[in-house]
Write a new protein. Sequence first.
Lengths: 334, 327
Amino acid sequence: MHAAAEVADHTGLELDKNRLLALYREMLLIRRTEEQLARSYQKGDIPGACHTYVGQEAVAVGVCARLRRDDVVFSTHRGHGHALAKGVPPREVMAELFGRATGCSRGRGGSMHLFSPEVGLMGTTGIVGPNILQATGAGYSFRLLKNARVSVGFFGDGAVNNGAFHEGLNLAAIWDLPVLYVCENNLYATEVAFGAATRNTDVAERARGYGMAGVAVDGNDVLAVAAAAEEAVRRARAGDGPTLLECRTYRTRPHAEGMRDGGYRTPAEVDDWKRRDPIAALRARLLGSGTADEEEFAAVDAEITAIVADALRFATDSPYPDPATATAHIYSDG
Amino acid sequence: MRELSFTVAAREGLAEEMARDETVFVVGEGIGERGGNFNTTVGLYELYGPERLRDTPIVERGFVGMCTGAAMTGTRPVVDFMFLDFILDAMGELINQTAKIQYMSSGRLTMPIVLRGCIGIGGASATHHSGNYYPIFAHLPGFRVALPSTPRDAKGLLKTAIRSDDPVLFLEHKSLLNTKGPVPDADADELIPFGRAAVRRAGGDVTVVALCLMVNRTLEAAADLAHDGIAVEVIDPRTVAPLDVDTILESVRKTGRLLIVDEDFAPAGIGAEISAQVTERAFDELDAPIRRLNGLQTPVPYSPPLEAALVPTRERIAAAIRDLVAE
Ligand SMILES: Cc1ncc(C[n+]2csc(CCOP(=O)(O)OP(=O)(O)O)c2C)c(N)n1
């Protein structure tokens, strides 16, 4: 159960039909890509780990919808969604997990080390915590360079009891850095319930301890996330400092592909959250309000299906990296 | 040439680079108005203000991680640890992040960050203020490690470090800070390249590779031995990552004898690496086994007689050289 504190509502975010459909499209792209990755994992096509983002799509999409291309994102071990939402081509994400030379990290990274600085994805990470500090540092750069860019650090509830969270948020607060700290509270760190890891499960409330703005939103409501992100990004660009945004959500697949998913949570709990699916919710909302019709959704679905099929084909057909390049790029001169 | 102290020379290097490139900034504890515990930044706060001379809370992990993110996004941080010992709180960030991000990003991100701090045994500093630790960094892919022994090198290596797009450890032995030596004029803009050893004294009987403070001690010992007709060649690698083994080999081919003098521990240390590489590449040219003279492998004790027992002295270095020549 998430903490009982007041969750901000999202009135006030004005989005036209195209932008609303774009949010839907982005979330569906993540969902279908993840589902394909899960199938590929089961077939043995992915040589390493694979943590999917299924159930949490509204967070990455809602936040990244409010960013510019030159804003930067520092992500986690569960980063495919952040990568896609920030604009990394699905082909490159798929090829990276397949270990191919055409992947966004040229086969050096896999699921937990996606890099695409060209679109502002400054890395996902296999270590819980450091990306919070790096996001803080990007904020420091942007402040020093006076360029009004914004930095975002995504992290799970598992990171908020780590020293990196404390040190990073404190530094950003004292220097008013343009950083958005997005906690995706999905209630579990691997199989450890958040309530077993802290006395105070209200993450947003911790912001007060650092003297920064803190907001909690329904992380399965993409419009609520986007509205909160909009306000936080505005604050950051204006030089008014960082925000801690807690998005309350849930991952509906196991922690990682190939892991069992029992014992620490009940099937009823998972089913309950599946009924709160962020993609179905937006679709129902747009149908209900007459903003879009079934035909339009069918067209988006077909488009996404084709994109994912193309990404899979691309990954499968791509070459592996040349073993002779195994030690390239350790240093800047090669 | 002008005579400057090691500290003043290094500070001049930092000041020149900060004037040259406004993306360079310094973080640390007391490096703002106070000018640094070791006077590394005296006078710079007045010129560049708090954003570029950033006093931090006591969060070594935090500011290393922060500067790693800064280095990825267009600025060039210089992290001033004061005592290098404090870097240990940030090792996860450094080893898993700072050193690996260029590689993991397949060279699309650079990591222009300098990590500077004082090292070395002396002054009854005891075990939390006497660490050397450079072999750890030399072992890992991704780092450069500079160990200047003269004021001129301190300035020239620091300037190279700041202009480098790689993470550089720039380590200053506390006992060298007040030593003086010739330094070219400011407008010379001298950069000392990494991976190029300096032959500090030429001699044909025996090669001694000495690191950091040990360079000075070895030069003193070599002067003593010259009276007895022993000609010592003294090599100062200046950086241990990259390590200029070619210059050492060239000398060993001439002398046939090699001693490595290092204040830091012997096991898995820089001397072990030099010894292995020389053995691999010039075994047939050695007239005697390669010898090492190191500080004792122990936490550093406080009491002066205990502390002094750890470190190679001029006399012990001279004795080790005599023994090797007699082999
Ligand atoms: C420093 C560190 N310790 C342990 C791990 C192993 N580990 C990987 S993911 C994870 C749980 C993370 O939980 P959370 O941050 O809530 O993210 P979620 O998996 O729920 O998205 C752990 C313990 C790690 N990657 N890094």
